[in-house]
Every structure is written in structure tokens, then in C-alpha cells.
Ligand binder design. Sequence first.
Ligand SMILES: [Zn+2]
Length: 466
Amino acid sequence: MTDAVEGPVRVTGAEAKRVKREALGIADRHERHGRASGPMQPRIRGCDTRQRAYRFRFYPSPEQAQQLEQTFGACRWVYNQGLALRSEAWKSHRVSLGFAETCRALTGWRRAEATSWLQAISSTVLQQALRHLDGAFQRFFRKTAKYPSFKRKRTRQDSATYVRTGFRWLEDPERPGTGLVTLAKQTAPLDVRWSRALPAGVVPVRLSVTRDRAGRYFLSMLVEERITPLPAAFAPGSRAPKAVGLDLGLAALVTLDDGRKLEHPRLLKKYAKQLADLQRQLHRKEKSSKNRGRVRQRIAQLYALISDVRRDMLDQFTTRLVRENHVLVVEKLPISNLMRPAVGKGRRRKAKLNQAIRDAAWGELLRQLRYKCEWYGRTLVVVDRFFPSTRRCSACLVKGPRLDVSVREWTCRECGVVHDRDVNAAVNLRDEGMRLYWLAAAALPPGRTPPSVIKASELKQYAPVA
Ligand SMILES: [Zn+2]
């Protein structure tokens, strides 16, 4: 697809229309004004409502599972077909097709005899597959992603998106926030496990149904809700915002500046060992054998379990942090070469797995902090990676020598204070974060509150502390 990377030489006017018709193999529409092509306008929302996704597990009946299997397959087929069409139009004709054109082509595919099976699937669901494709292209044009690639069967997860007209929602008057969800082309409502209630009275704007590699089904419901920012949290006995420093570490997952730690749950350690065992088994099994497939499935299930446990644990943790504090300070996501090289047979694989699990946890933690700070009117400060949070003594601010990862405790040569490695780092982060917070606040016009995320790398006034 190297052709597509070249500059946008576009054919325009009547010639482009002719080429498009040819490329699509269907008649072009007559001139239409008003609601024509172009991306769908987002629904106008009240300024203080936010879109929030709620995710629930559900258990389809055999018929529903079969219908979903068909839907996933059709979405994948339409996505790939749309991708082929857009690539081809560009490669052979230097014409870039948009979402609207691929939708028109979809109408053609649904009518064509060879692909009439597409009629069994709701057209809005298939259009959403093309919408996802368009999103992938937009990301490519903005240079934030690679050229879209074809979707293969059973890689990562299957999904289908239902817009407002693609499902029916009946709220249960007895238990508000729960109810009956019926998908297009299905007759019975889904058996949803309401692990929590939606805000009472909301109508979901969009649903997406996914099946992960472990074969579990999830329903993600996007709702618009009003989120009230929390009242400001002040440090005890002062008018300064209460701040907390978070050191993302190797020994404990997170260490707070007051010494509290969020340990790696034992559960994850146990699973990591199981996972390493399974990985080893997988390497011993013959390629494309049935047993290999079985082991692969178990690995996927275990990964899914680990990420669920981790998400729930982090969810509680970040909610508490955001409630208690006004400014939350983290360092920029540490890169993986922090790891000490593992030695010995099998150690390397185990170390890699541990690392993958931990990295994912850090990423998830930052993601949650970022959106919760935005929702609740808090500020997340991201300190630069080059800030010497570990080496600096938080008591006298003198920078000590580099510390090996195995050193858990050290004594400052200048002032003699004994530091816990991670707590000291968290204190340093909190102080540096507050310095940046005040810098950002001072640069704002009076009456404006600091943004929900402040990045050290984006602060022009930022002068590194040597
Ligand atoms: Zn010191």
C-alpha cells in the first residue's frame, strides 16, 4: 500500500464521479442536497454531560450466538471489502473514497445476488463497520496510525456496533438503570448481568457487542450523563489544593507519598506463573495441532481474567485517589528497559510476562486517572521522565548517586535521612508536580481553573531542576 502514502493528487469534477461509479460498480446517486455525505454530526449535547461507557457481560442463547457470529462475520467482510475498494480506487484512479461512497457500495452488495446473505444483517450495523474503517483512515491521514489492515477471523476480538435505531431499550421500572436490550434482527432480549445500574432514566446512544478471544460476550452501552465535579479538596489546615504523588514501581505497583502502597495482588502473581507454564506448553505443542489451539484458548481466558481483576482493582483505587485529592502527580510512563535483565532458564519468559502485566496495569492506571480527573474537576500532572525522582533526597533536595533497582532503602549523604526508595520518589513527584501546577495556574487568566491534565513537556516555562 505504499502508493497510498503519496501526496493527495485528487481527480475532481465529472471525471472523479465517473471513476467513482466505475470503481464502485454501481450507479451514482442523483444530486442530493442537505443530508449528503460527510461525517455524521455528533449529537448536540448539553455542555456538562459526558459520554460514558458501561460494560456488562451477557450470555447469548444458542440462536443469539449464531446470529452474532453471522453479524461479526458480515461486519468483518464489509470492513475488508470497503478497505479493498478504497485502496483500489486510490491505487488505480487516484480517487479517495469516503464513508458515503462506501455506504453506497454497501447498498449494492446487499442487492447483489452473490452477497445477498448480507440482507440478514441490520444495515445500520454494517454501516458502522464502514464508519470504523473511515476512522482508521482518518487516523492514517492524521499520521497517528498505520494504513488500515484487513481484519482476520478471530484475531483479538470480534465486535459489532448498534446505533440508536439498531436496538430496543426498555427500562425496568422496578429496577431503574437496568432493563431489556434487544438487538436488531433478534427477537429475544439479551441475558445481561447487570453488575451495576445505569443512571436511572438514561437512554443508551450506542451499543457495542464484543466477543473476546476467550469467547466471552460483552455489551458496552454508551450513555450521556451529567457528571457533577467534586468539591475542591484542600490540604488539611491550608487553602492549597491537596496533592498526592504516585510512584509507579517494580516492587509495589503504586506507592503514594504518605507511604501507602498498592501491592501487586497475589492473584496476579499466581496467574502470571500459570501463564508462564501455559506459554511453555504452547511452545512444545506442534504448530496448528488441536492441542495447541486448546492451550491458546486457555491463555486467552487467563489473560482476560487477569485484565478484569486488574481493572476492577485499579478502578476502586483511582476513584478513591481522585475523591481524596485535588492534584495527582505521576511520572511519564516508564519504559520497559527499567527491568533488570533476567537470568537463568525460563526466567526470561517469566520476567517478560510479569513486565507485560505490569506495563498494562500502568497504562490502565493512567487512562483511568486521566478521565476521572477530567470528569471530577481534578488535575493530573505528568512529570517529565528525566526528573530525578528516585535519586533526589526529598528532605534536602540534594541529588544522590544512581541507585540500582535492587536498592529498596538508602541514606542521604548530605542530611542523613533514611529513605524508602519508592516513598521518597513519590514525595519528590508530589513536590515537583505542585511546582508545575502553580506554574500552569499562574500562566492562566484570572478566574480560570487549571486544565485536567498538565504535562511537564508542554509547559514552556518548565525549567528542569538539575
Ligand atoms: Zn538529604
